[in-house]
Design a protein around this ligand. Sequence first.
Ligand SMILES: NC(=O)c1ccc[n+]([C@@H]2O[C@H](COP(=O)([O-])OP(=O)(O)OC[C@H]3O[C@@H](n4cnc5c(N)ncnc54)[C@H](OP(=O)(O)O)[C@@H]3O)[C@@H](O)[C@H]2O)c1
Length: 268
Amino acid sequence: MTHWRFSVPTAVPRRTVLITGASSGLGLTFARRFAARGDDLVVVARRRDRLDALARELQAAHGTTTAVFAQDLSLPGAAQALFDRLSDRGVRVDALINSAGFGTAGPFAAEDLDRVTDEVQVNVLALTQLTLLLLPQLLHSPAGLLLNVSSTAAYQPLPNIAVYAATKAYVTALTEAIWQESRGTSLQVLALAPGPTETEFFAAAGSDRFKVGPTLTANEVVDAAFAALARRNSPPSLVVGARNRATAIFARLAPSRLALLVSARLTA
Ligand SMILES: NC(=O)c1ccc[n+]([C@@H]2O[C@H](COP(=O)([O-])OP(=O)(O)OC[C@H]3O[C@@H](n4cnc5c(N)ncnc54)[C@H](OP(=O)(O)O)[C@@H]3O)[C@@H](O)[C@H]2O)c1
């Protein structure tokens, strides 16, 4: 049996879905999909012009409301500031999609301190704080959803992408634990782990080192996420693509020295 919430759009209660990183790539694709299902959105990213254009597009296409919150999530306190702005405007959310994120590449010793600090702030701290602040609302919703965008990079340490892989390992670990803690509630929780996906991610990172494995489109990744969430007992995490799943299993089972050797070759 498929899950009613995601398989029958016309039966879906109208929800408010907050999506970080909605100005591009996976976040943008999620925004279009949720709006097509009739959900109202709260969209967050730095590029306000893109978010405003998205709000106009979705209003015209689906008649849904999109609230725009331009916010730099690399700033300390950004999640609390966003939460306060939502509270001031009386916005309550049913679903949270943490998609904002970016990667840095190169040997760890050569990483830029400020850039790495921003990376941890966006990928880890803002995601954690926003999740914690909004969790009571998600749990209160009859159709709550927490979806954190992780990566196949989460499944093994990655030399030359060390910090990024570590941030994503954190995202998967955190999200899977929340999945277990939410058993018996109406909240669905998913750590989504795509492999390389056609978005602006590589341009933002300024590196192709992340292109390990087959490249998918953002639509394919979002399709896979919705399919996983439609399952009666949806999983704590989803590695998108059969080859990526096999690689993730290998990385988890292989001795560390072997996994690191293979990883280093792939990201050299
Ligand atoms: N594409 C891939 O190959 C791939 C694979 C696995 C996982 N992922 C993950 O997927 C998620 C989405 O990335 P994507 O592929 O869609 O890349 P993308 O097209 O570059 O989108 C990244 C999004 O994050 C937002 N963002 C970045 N820094 C931000 C900041 N300081 N404050 C607020 N928002 C910020 C960007 O918005 P602004 O620039 O407007 O702020 C943009 O909307 C990330 O978490 C990424 O790690 C991507």
